[in-house]
Ligand binder design. Sequence first.
Ligand SMILES: [Zn+2]
Ligand SMILES: [Zn+2]
Length: 148
Amino acid sequence: MNKKTPTGLVQLLREKCAEHSLRLTPQRIAIYEALYGDTNHPSTDGIYRKIKKQFPSLSFDTVNRTLLTFAQIGLTGVVEGYGDPKRFDPNLKPHHHFRCMACGCIEDIYNDSFDRVPIPEKLRKQYAIRGKKVVLEGYCKTCQKKKQ
Ligand SMILES: [Zn+2]
Ligand SMILES: [Zn+2]
């Protein structure tokens, strides 16, 4: 087992799998660890490439299905709609995003004033709001340097 993964995380995977009658397979653990080891909101492809060496027989589809299952049972978030490919977000703490329009990198932002942006009452009545995210778009540091 990957030493870098805090035991609490695998414990959460174990609990969620038990709760949803899923078997805790070595493949699921590996996918989960690859996801949590990645802070750049990986797509299925990114995770697939990471664990292909360890599990050569694992298909892209299986990895994709496993990640979607993880999202369904609350083990990972999914980055809000930018179309395909879907990007996964292992960071379950409330946070906001910056997305680079050139390289597509997505960074996590923590900001009190974003957290406090009020949801208008009309919208609160209209929808059963479960979350709120501020998404900033622009150019990351690396891409800004390239443009100069
Ligand atoms: Zn960039
Ligand atoms: Zn995030």
